[in-house]
Design a protein around this ligand. Structure first.
Ligand SMILES: *Cc1c(COP(=O)(O)O)cnc(C)c1O
Length: 434
């Protein structure tokens, strides 16, 4: 659409200003609507399951900060904790009580974690976890799975999912997926297919994995896969890193280790652990964490690590996440996935909509999706963009890319889910299945 055709609204006016001062008009690429076309809505506020934009449009929101807002937006408990913390100052550069309490809470919830370190993002947590694994083992090689995303960590920007899969930087093989990352930086990174057990050797420091992959749509581990990866790591003395930035505190109170029954050696977290504020964390046994400075030789630090507002929000969120809430979320996700499958296939459109615990995926294909190649094939059918815009016109916001999961929150009601399914049926009926 040319500028003269495009309706002039607050959203478009802001986007026009944004593109002058922010690359693509955004601070994270998927938000730019590059893979669905059109211009993004600018969020003016949010409450519970809904966001509203600068033009006053209200959307039932399945983005939920890519899962960070598991309780729904502007949760009163989280807001009260943040307000109370802010009144006492926003950053000190000295330790605080809330950091101890959050670390204790995580260690209590996640069996196997004895110590952790906080960061300000999932990317930082993943970066530090990789550094720790290399430092603790004295080895160099990192194995990652195609389509898994671990944030914008230089050495892991190879065959990555999420927005990396849709941008001009998309690539496959041992070639860096971003300009500015040297071939040398990724020389020690090995890529393997998800749901295929790699054969390792004794150069491998760590195998990094999303235990349930949620950045190439939603792809679950097949029965026995994680167990076999665990065994292969043990065979050669490599560490297993679960990137639980999405799955942590979402799949279950104890995260993916509890949900899948497979325990890694190192964990990294983000999203839910911050209750919607900038937080990440990495953790492990006391023995492995003994390598972290000042105890050991692996450096990690951060001016805002363990920030008082962020830790207050994280504590307030995680304390509310009791086992019954996971049952509630899992039931909502199953209802959504089942309903989407029925409504979209009923309109003659190929669909594969899995739910795994509280997570939901949506692929426009009639083939099961078990790895990145399958996810790419599904994205290539081209149904996602028109479906996305049709849903947006129905007042329902999905993440604007075919590689993102759907994040129903605890603020979503069964009626919200049913409304979504009905809208999906109407929208699917308008898609050209040629
Ligand atoms: C979002 C995400 C990250 C990166 O976290 P940021 O807070 O965006 O830096 C890392 N790993 C996974 C699995 C993620 O989903």
């Amino acid at each position: 659409m040319s500028d003269t055709q495009r309706p002039q609204t607050e959203n478009t006016a802001l986007f026009d200003r944004a593109v002058e001062v922010l690359p693509g008009g955004v601070n994270s690429p998927v938000r730019a609507f590059g893979s669905v076309g059109g211009t993004p809505y600018f969020v003016a506020g949010a409450e519970g399951a809904h966001v509203w934009d600068e033009d006053g449009n209200r959307y039932l929101d399945y983005v939920q900060s890519y899962g960070a807002s598991i309780l729904g937006h502007a949760d009163p408990g989280v807001l009260a904790a943040v307000h109370a913390a802010a009144d006492l100052g926003t950053s000190f550069g000295a330790p605080t009580r809330a950091e101890v309490e959050l670390a204790e809470l995580v260690a209590e919830r996640v069996p196997g974690i004895e110590m952790l370190r906080m960061t300000s993002s999932g990317t930082e947590a993943a970066t530090s976890a990789i550094r720790l694994a290399r430092g603790a083992t004295g080895r160099d090689t990192v194995v990652k799975f195609a389509g898994n995303y671990h944030g914008h960590v230089d050495s892991l920007l190879v065959s990555a999912g999420s927005a990396v899969a849709t941008g001009p930087e998309a690539s496959v093989g041992g070639v860096p997926a971003s300009a500015g990352v040297t071939v040398g930086t990724v020389a020690d990174t090995r890529i393997v297919d998800y749901n295929t057990v790699p054969t390792l050797d004794e150069s491998v420091a760590v195998v990094a994995i999303e235990p349930v992959a949620a950045n190439m749509g939603l792809v679950g581990p097949e029965p026995g896969f994680l167990e076999a990866v665990r065994a292969e790591c043990d065979r050669v003395g490599a560490l297993l890193l679960f990137d639980e930035v999405i799955t942590g505190f979402r799949l279950a109170a104890g995260g993916a280790a509890e949900f899948t029954g497979v325990q890694p050696d190192v964990w990294c977290f983000g999203k839910v652990i911050g209750g919607g504020l900038p937080v990440g964390a990495f953790g492990a046994s006391r023995e492995v964490m003994a390598s972290v400075s000042p105890l050991g030789p692996v450096f990690h630090g951060g001016t805002l690590s363990g920030n008082p507002l962020a830790t207050a929000a994280g504590l307030a969120a995680i304390r509310q996440l009791t086992p019954d809430r996971y049952e509630q979320l899992t039931a909502l996700a199953a209802r959504l996935a089942g309903g989407l499958t029925e409504a979209i296939s009923g309109a003659g459109v190929p669909v594969w909509a899995p739910s795994i615990g509280p997570l939901v995926g949506l692929f426009f294909t009639d083939q099961p999706v078990r790895n990145f190649d399958d996810a790419n094939a599904a994205a290539g059918t081209g149904f996602f963009a028109p479906f996305f815009h049709g849903m947006l016109a129905e007042g329902i916001a999905l993440a604007p890319g075919p590689y993102e999961a759907l994040f129903p929150s605890l603020a979503h009601t069964e009626a919200d889910i049913d409304r979504t399914i009905e809208a999906a049926g109407r929208v699917a009926a308008t898609l050209d299945v040629g």
